[in-house]
Design a protein around this ligand. Sequence first.
Ligand code: 13P
Ligand code: SF4
Length: 344
Amino acid sequence: MKPSTLGNCAAESPAFTGRLGEIYAKMERVVPAMEWRFFAPDVAAILELKRRRNAIVLAHNYQTPEIYHGVADIVGDSLALARAAAKTEARVIVLAGVHFMAETAKLLNLGKTVLIPDPKAGCSLAASITGADVRLLRERYPGVPVVSYVNTSAEVKAASDICCTSGNAVEVVQSLGAPKVIFLPDEYLALNVAKQTDVEIIAWKGHCEVHERFTAADIRNFRNSHHGVIVLAHPECPPEVIAEADFAGSTAGMSDYVAGHRPKRVVMVTECSMSDNLAVEHPEVDFVRPCNLCPHMKRITLAKIRRSLETMTHEITIDPAIAVRARQAVERMLAVGRAEGAAP
Ligand code: 13P
Ligand code: SF4
């Protein structure tokens, strides 16, 4: 830590020395010292609680930097978090993300305690469809397999043949060897997948409330106002936005693009925290920051993670009859990754 940037009093404070000082050094470019003073006691308490409870924190790429760089043991996209949940030996998993991610972690760890710091952290996609809707679709399209995006409830997963994430959607659809599949609930992801395969896709009309707001005109404006900017977009964006982008991929795909290509200037057409988290890792890259917040992701705070570990709430529970079938759909997805040589 550089005392000159903090002032002597700050440099001597416990928030800026020892382990807390090391953690803050990682994120000082994006978290002001004033804010860190406020976060540091929760970070210290969470580190101790994780040790005592044999717990790990899995954090999605849209979590704020003090969570992502401060207390997370594993960070990543939905696919990486599902894979990490399948492998962990910790007794307790705290999912710093939204409810469907915590449910997925529980499906893969039925004997462990999975906690979500705020049970109201939902998702507009997961809320757009029920298990009964999937059963109606099956009646309407008999024999057509159902691929459900992980951004769904366990009940919807249980009514599906296989799950996918934005990181493996094309591979999963093609793995079925069927001429036609029902792909739900994200209409835009379905349309974006359809462009990359010959499989006929039947879509549902769910949308992500964060990504549906981006327009093709936004992308043209970024290019006009930020010379040479490289545009990366999440495939939950409308197809006309993807058509204007230089690259489309999951949050991990975008992160890998920045690490691999090191663009001088980049814009991430996705949730706000993604750029903050990557800016920490890539100080040489100029991140243009359009900001669409996911209100559900932002329900998770350090204070709620601390409380969750103190009180062992809010525990995810899933009806065993639903869990068995939902787990199969998630495991089939993970097996597609393994068959194609992805990290197990
Ligand atoms: P990723 O799997 O790409 O991280 O996406 C999850 C999500 O909720 C995006 O809005
Ligand atoms: Fe759901 Fe969109 Fe929020 Fe992701 S960003 S959790 S898809 S509402």
